[in-house]
Design a protein around this ligand. Structure first.
Ligand code: AHR
Length: 573
């Protein structure tokens, strides 16, 4: 049943006491002198793993206004561009140091013929695209590679497994990665040039693209072919077995993993894959988890119009990313009891690749009808972004890469663009604020604050009934404070989300075995969680620096603003 504000207020009042009561610190000095609502204990002696840069990856698909208008405006456009690619897109992706860019889908990938998008643009065929919109093929493989180069991102190609044979797949690898020049001949026959590399060179790129990340199909349990895990395992092996490598470029194949918390898919897939010892190149397992709707609605309500209950419900369901990750990891271990346990101690463990994530709302805030699945983003989405990235950090031993869906003009975007209009979203701000974590050593941290009951926990959030999302249990509580910590030498990066709509959270922050010498920080918080940027108000939501942070006794007491995301740079003594 929906809780009304009075009961929430009384709950929040008692949360201070509850947090103080369960302090892990063994010291109540601060709690005695000043009431605190929570504690954060960072444990540098408990390392988790290095935070992979690739957790901060991106995704663009031929869908709505993502590619055409968002990324590609064409060389003759009046909109500022670099060889046809929107300059603001490049600049923003450079700004967030996008490490990886996934393309061309999504569902689009499994009906896409990569041959259509190479060669002179004037000769490329128009096709009916997956998303029921014309595909002009003006943006193809070379344009995508040039986009990656301009950004400084690694390409991550999602290959077509549903409507093209394995032959097209390995030839696409050859086209991308084979060096120009002669194929070495081991017989008396004269060496001859590699035909696909020559074609690539004729199409403008003599040097190989050296693509190492390859998604083998997309959502093969759904739009990628409605396959069973066993059927997909057979296809995966056929596509990847004996695929040639070129030069020094390894092939990191990513298999289609579960839809949300679909443990059955993962279990059966790994039993089928590991039933055959030849599984080389299986680098990662994709996970798609969107924070979407209730049993009866796929989408999670309106992006802009939401009440308090819907706010808490969305964040609570988003925080289930943690369960999705750990359940998937456990399923892999259980399905491969001997082999994977050994591999865990080496670098060979399969990485989880959460290559589609974000809050997916219903129609109503799209830029225009043809911008299918574009939506607005508010402070609520900034908090979801923080909760999600923190979850990836806390599981940096499992999550090797990720991609937000999608970078521009789509579900959980960092950017919105329409013609010559452009703005960034609150999600972009969080990507920037969290950047110092990248490459750091994730360490354990405990966040102690009373949990927030999800006011819709018994109703809309029973997402287990939605077969699209995978099975999730009723979702009843949201962490009262959450975050992650990482260290680089003497510098500790700590990021914290306070989801309470009205409650500031006064919190004692301590680092076990070290003292806090100094700290600075940035906060993203607005009076109204509905706050968002749009073309007329591109800077409505932006972070600000925290005023003086003064540690005392090696600890820091800080009051987190309601509905805020905070990033600290802490120097340890
Ligand atoms: O990101 C939009 C769509 O969501 C993708 O095409 C598909 O993979 C997923 O279902």
């Amino acid at each position: 049943m929906t809780q009304k504000n009075p009961s929430r207020r009384s709950f929040l009042k008692s949360s201070s006491l509850a947090a103080a009561a369960v302090s892990l610190k063994g010291s109540v000095s601060l709690a005695q002198s000043k009431q605190v609502d929570g504690y954060i204990d960072v444990l540098p002696s408990e390392p988790i793993a290095e935070i992979s840069d690739e957790i901060y990856g991106h995704f663009i698909e031929h869908l709505g206004g993502v590619i055409y208008d968002g990324v590609w405006v064409g060389e003759g456009s009046k909109i500022a561009n670099v060889n046809g690619i929107r300059k603001a897109f490049i600049d923003t992706m450079r700004d967030v140091k996008a490490p990886v860019l996934r393309w061309p889908g999504g569902c689009f990938a499994d009906s896409y013929d990569w041959h259509d998008g190479v060669g002179p643009r004037s000769k490329r065929p128009a096709r009916a695209g997956f998303w029921k919109q014309q595909e002009s093929n003006q943006y193809g493989l070379h344009e995508f590679m040039h986009t990656c180069t301009a950004i400084g991102a690694k390409p991550y190609l999602a290959a077509n497994l549903r409507t093209q044979p394995a032959r097209d797949f390995y030839q696409q690898i050859e086209y991308c990665n084979a060096p120009s020049g002669n194929i070495p001949s081991n017989s008396a026959a004269p060496a001859m040039p590699n035909g696909l590399a020559a074609q690539r060179a004729a199409n403008g790129d003599k040097e190989p693209f050296n693509v190492d990340l390859w998604g083998v199909g997309n959502e093969s349990w759904g739009c990628g072919g409605n396959m069973t895990p066993e059927e997909y395992a057979a296809e995966f092996r056929r596509f990847t077995a004996w695929t040639p490598t070129y030069g020094d470029t390894p092939l990191r194949f990513i298999a289609v993993g579960p839809n949300g918390d679909d443990v059955d898919w993962t279990t059966r897939l790994f039993k089928a894959l590991y039933g055959n010892p030849e599984r080389r190149h299986l680098w990662g397992l994709s996970i798609h988890y969107y924070t979407s709707g209730s049993p009866t609605k796929f989408a999670a309500g309106d992006a802009l119009k939401f009440n308090d209950d819907e706010y808490y419900d969305l964040l609570t369901r988003g925080s289930l990313m943690e369960k999705v990750i750990t359940d998937c990891w456990t399923a892999i271990s259980n399905a491969t009891p001997n082999s994977l346990a050994n591999e865990r101690s080496h670098d060979f463990a399969v990485k989880l690749v959460v290559d589609e994530w974000g809050a997916w709302y219903g129609k109503g805030t799209e830029l225009a009808p043809e911008y299918n699945l574009s939506q607005q983003s508010t402070m609520r989405d900034a908090l979801l972004t923080g909760i999600t990235l923190d979850t990836f950090h806390r599981h940096s031993d499992k999550v090797g890469a990720a991609a937000v869906a999608q970078s521009i003009n789509c579900i959980h975007s960092l950017m919105l663009a329409q013609g010559d209009k452009f703005c960034v979203t609150p999600t972009y701000q969080v990507f920037r604020m969290y950047a110092p974590h990248r490459g750091g050593q994730s360490v354990r941290a405990s966040f102690t604050a009373a949990a927030i009951p999800n006011p819709m926990g018994e109703t809309a959030s029973q997402v287990g009934g939605n077969s699209y999302i995978g099975q999730l249990p009723p979702i009843k509580t949201l962490a009262g404070l959450s975050g992650s910590a990482s260290v680089k030498g003497k510098t500790l990066t700590l990021t914290v989300v306070n989801p309470h709509l009205t409650q500031p959270m006064t919190t004692e922050i301590a680092v076990r075995g070290a003292s806090i010498a100094s700290a600075k920080g940035t906060v993203l918080a607005e009076k109204d969680v509905h706050a968002h940027n749009d073309f007329a108000h591109p800077d409505a939501v932006k972070p600000s620096d925290l005023a003086s942070l003064t540690p005392a006794g090696g600890k820091l007491v800080h009051t987190f603003a309601p509905a805020s995301v905070t990033s600290f740079e802490i120097t340890l003594a």
